[in-house]
Design a protein. Structure first.
Length: 169
């Protein structure tokens, strides 16, 4: 008698590239959480950096600048809960060989990489600039690993497995 098919591949069957990509997606979520927390704590520094970028010779009153500053906290919270939530979900499912998770992770990690690099073009503090560049590097590394040779073979095998009547949960 044979054992019933497993819902997920055994840990040994998941290639290191996929495990590392999953871990990097979790790191990206953690970096988003850190950025959100720092945005809340260091909001005045961000507004000051924004004010500095506006100065064309005349200093504006702080309250005028604060009213016109970007909505840093809502954007950070939205990014964390929407992008971070989806990336966390994808991080859990790419190790199961879910092709949809690889595609969604690629889309949102690519957006995270672009967002991380856009910090170079906007007024910010050194800390947020470094955090953005680090996030971009992590996101790019995750995407590269998700499309490496071993990862492609793993996802292809999982697709064949699910289409042959042994679906994943």
């Amino acid at each position: 008698m044979t054992d019933p098919p497993r819902a997920t591949p055994p840990a040994a069957a998941v290639p290191p590239a996929v495990r590392t990509a999953s871990m990097l997606l979790w790191v990206l979520v953690a970096l988003m959480a850190v950025r959100t927390l720092l945005t809340i704590v260091l909001l005045d520094d961000l507004v000051d950096a924004y004010a500095e970028s506006l100065r064309g010779g005349a200093a504006l009153p702080r309250d005028v600048v604060a009213d016109g500053a970007p909505a840093y906290v809502p954007v950070a919270l939205f990014s964390l809960f929407v992008f971070g939530g989806l990336l966390g979900l994808c991080a859990a499912f790419v190790k199961r060989g879910a092709a949809w998770a690889r595609i969604v992770a690629t889309m949102f990690a690519s957006l995270a990489a672009l967002g991380g690099l856009l910090v170079l073009l906007q007024p910010s503090t050194v800390l947020f600039t470094l955090l953005g560049v680090l996030s971009a590097a992590v996101a790019v590394a995750a995407v590269v690993l998700l499309f490496s040779g071993p990862a492609k073979a793993f996802f292809r095998a999982q697709r064949r497995r699910t289409s042959s009547g042994h679906p994943m949960p």
